[in-house]
Design a protein around this ligand. Structure first.
Ligand code: IMP
Length: 427
């Protein structure tokens, strides 16, 4: 298999976890490059469900190296919890997981700041996952962050922690009127985390480049989705990292030629969780039906996801900014039984029809979807094992997506289970 990057094309929750799990069979290494435990990747094996937040879903295979790259931010207590939970369930973590020395830590004050800032925003809140993501990436850019490697240099760590806490505690008290953090308590906890994580910590940039040189196959795993990317998403209603394919280069320390294929995961309809513009959002029974049939509730926060039809304006943008070479359509089975399917092909904005995703938030907020309508199919798709056996209208729907985006569909997911997958190309 080539070195494949898997990226979300919409607002996250496209089903990347399952896709990565399936592709992992053909890879040696799975590497995650951005985000933190705001992500939630659900994988169902047999009757067992795993929800992973930080560790690549490749960990569910016995013999694959899983890398958490420098672009990922790590809440050490969440990582330890995830490791221990997987180990309790018989998964080999110690042998397979490597964590970058350069990854930044989500500290307890980042979580407090995230929540306090959101509370102050009232109606204008982003609807973050409350995991401290924004404040941690902000500290990284402001050069006041603390990295995994710093845990192993106690005096240096103490110095940075003390400086940060002095600032943060003042802000927490005066601006947000919340509790302050005690230096010794935070420090002691971090030293416990250090001891538990030491065996996983590595120079992952060196490691991954060695693997590439040796000809090992790498699967690059993105979290969130294109429209949540801090540069290419619906700013400011985005996460704080580069979820698009470009994030893999800086987030792992690899060159552009280390990626052979970029596959965009496309949910057969569209969802968004949290605040911000969402032009195809449905407020009617169809939206409710998609939510219930698709189990559209956040894997991390349990929040109901906003639902709508497939949005080609979003997908055209995703094809371009990620350089997609293949599409992976997921949750096709959720559309089973709809007599008509709508697809948004442009946005009506005042007197014009827009076909490219606008950069201006006030414009996006005013956009009304312009739909084309397609016939649906009644037959279930999740028991189908060959593409040719899919209902004709399902095949027509897939062809329509390929044609409109000029990118081939390479895989189809038709259900939750590992086995509900169709490969349309040989890997
Ligand atoms: P944050 O990443 O927690 O700061 O949240 C910023 C925005 O991204 C919010 O709208 C979240 O709901 C959204 N978000 C973050 N991670 C995910 C994800 O994995 N799936 C879907 N939405 C996400």
């Amino acid at each position: 298999m080539a070195n494949i990057l898997v990226v979300g094309t919409q607002w996250g929750d496209e089903g990347k976890g399952k896709v990565v799990d399936c592709l992992t069979e053909k890879a040696n290494v799975v590497a995650r490059y951005q985000g933190g435990n705001n992500a939630g990747h659900t994988v169902v094996i047999g009757d067992t469900e795993f929800i992973l937040h930080l560790i690549p879903s490749g960990i569910l295979h016995d013999d694959k190296v899983c890398i958490i790259g420098n672009g990922v931010i790590i809440d050490p207590s969440a990582l330890i919890e995830e490791i221990e939970e997987l180990q309790r369930r018989g998964i080999r973590v110690e042998e397979n997981l490597r964590v970058s020395k350069s990854a930044h830590l989500i500290m307890p004050y980042h979580i407090l700041m995230d929540r306090a800032k959101e509370a102050r925003k009232g109606e204008k809140k982003i609807g973050t996952t409350g995991r401290g993501i924004g404040p941690t990436y902000a500290d990284k850019a402001a050069r006041s962050g603390i990295r995994v490697v710093d845990l192993f240099w106690p005096e240096y760590f103490k110095e940075r922690l003390a400086a940060n806490l002095a600032d943060i505690n003042e802000t927490l008290v005066h601006l947000h009127n919340t509790e302050v953090l005690d230096f010794n308590e935070v420090y002691d906890k971090c030293m416990v985390y250090r001891d538990k994580l030491e065996r996983y910590v590595d120079d992952t940039d060196i490691l991954i480049n060695e693997y590439i040189k040796e000809g090992k196959t790498i699967l690059y795993e993105g979290a969130q989705g294109t429209l949540l990317d801090v540069d290419h998403g619906t700013y400011p209603y985005v996460t704080s990292s580069n979820a698009t394919s470009g994030g893999a280069l800086t987030g792992l320390g690899i060159g552009p030629r280390c990626i052979d294929e970029v596959f965009g995961v496309v949910k057969a309809y569209t969802t968004r969780v949290g605040g911000g513009p969402f032009p195809v959002e449905l407020f009617d029974n169809t939206g409710n039906l998609l939510r219930e049939k698709g189990g559209e509730y956040g894997a991390t926060t349990g929040r109901p996801r906003r639902c709508g039809w497939l949005d080609m304006v979003v997908l055209r943008h995703a094809v371009r900014v990620n350089g997609l070479t293949g599409l992976i359509i997921t949750k096709l089975d959720v559309l089973d039984g709809f007599s008509k399917l709508k697809v948004c092909v442009g946005y009506k904005y005042r007197d014009s029809l827009l076909t490219e995703f606008p950069k201006e938030l006030p414009i996006i907020q005013e956009c009304v979807p312009h739909y084309e309508e397609y016939d649906g199919w009644a037959e279930p798709t999740n028991s189908v094992t060959h593409y040719n056996d899919l209902p004709d209208n399902a095949k027509a729907y897939i062809n329509m997506i390929e044609e409109k985006l000029s990118v081939p569909v390479v895989m189809l997911s038709t259900g939750k289970r590992r086995t509900d997958i169709l490969y349309l190309r040989d890997f």
